[in-house]
Design a protein around this ligand. Structure first.
Ligand code: SAH
Length: 264
């Protein structure tokens, strides 16, 4: 099964330029997924190829007309009738790791990008399965949001990333942020790579990564930690943390932690 992304957009160049490099375009070449754009401007009947108009009731910003959008969506559906129709919108469900994995299990996505003041509400009511937001702020068009979504979803489509498990080890996969990473040189600006990572002791390294993952999450995103850690594990972590020399805590990005943070 080849996963299909179909983007409905007035600015297909933004999509092609953003997705034309890296793992996503590699996956297209390998035949794991396809990407195509449909431009609502091609489904207009007037000489000016009008795709928007003033909102009824007044107000700022033009609104995208329903008919060119409807025709674009039905064209997309004719090719991939089982794809889910999304509308990128600041009013949508926030995009998260969990949402992206769920979307990766669809057969394909038809992604509607708004521009100007947005699209006519009746298009959403009649044709959109789900509205998705990339965060609580407004950007000027759905294209960059669609690219974020496609990049993120594609990482969970089997075969897109080189190592089968690399998406599973990144931040958020286990509900936690990733441990800090180090490469050469061993000493840099007076900061040393933790000894354990040079030890070659696989089990100890795994334990270190798990513990560091929790500590980093405690520092940067305490809101994520609650569900993922038991009191017993917290006590073990306190011991782990106490054994890290003070100057090393800075290298690891966890110098803000205090003993009281381990008392639930
Ligand atoms: N007037 C609308 C915003 C329109 S912004 C409102 O207040 O809700 C123009 C287009 O940009 C939208 O149609 C949408 O497709 C896209 N967009 C803006 N912010 C977004 C966000 N946070 N997530 C996803 N898409 C967004």
């Amino acid at each position: 099964m080849i996963y299909s992304f179909q983007v409905i957009t007035l600015f297909p160049d933004i999509i092609q330029a953003s997705m034309g490099l890296g793992v996503f375009s590699q996956a297209q070449k390998s035949g794991i997924l396809t990407l195509s754009c449909i431009n609502p401007r091609e489904f207009t009947s007037d000489i000016h190829k009008t795709v928007d108009d003033r909102p009824f009731g007044g107000g700022d910003g033009m609104v995208m007309l329903p008919e060119p959008l409807e025709k674009s969506i039905s064209t997309a559906k004719r090719e991939h009738s089982r794809s889910k129709v999304l509308y990128m919108s600041p009013q949508g469900t926030p995009l998260t790791h969990l949402k992206a994995t769920a979307l990766s299990r669809e057969e394909g996505l038809i992604i509607v990008c708004g521009r100007y003041g947005g699209i006519d509400q009746r298009v959403i009511n009649s044709f959109v399965d789900e509205e998705i937001s990339i965060g609580d702020y407004v950007i000027s068009g759905g294209e960059l949001a669609a690219c974020v979504l496609m990049d993120c979803v594609s990482r969970f489509i089997p075969g897109v990333l080189g190592h089968k498990d690399s998406a599973e080890k990144d931040s958020f996969a286990g509900g936690l942020l990733e441990h800090p990473n180090f490469t050469k040189p061993r000493e840099y600006k007076g900061q040393n790579v933790p000894e354990v990572l040079l030890s070659g002791h696989h089990k100890k390294i795994q334990e270190w990564k798990r513990s560091m993952s929790i500590l980093v999450t405690m520092v940067k995103r305490p809101d994520l930690i609650k569900a993922h850690i038991s009191q017993t594990e917290l006590r073990g972590l306190l011991v782990f943390w106490q054994q890290i020399p003070k100057d090393q805590r800075k290298t690891l990005g966890i110098e803000q932690l205090h003993e009281k943070d381990f008392h639930g």
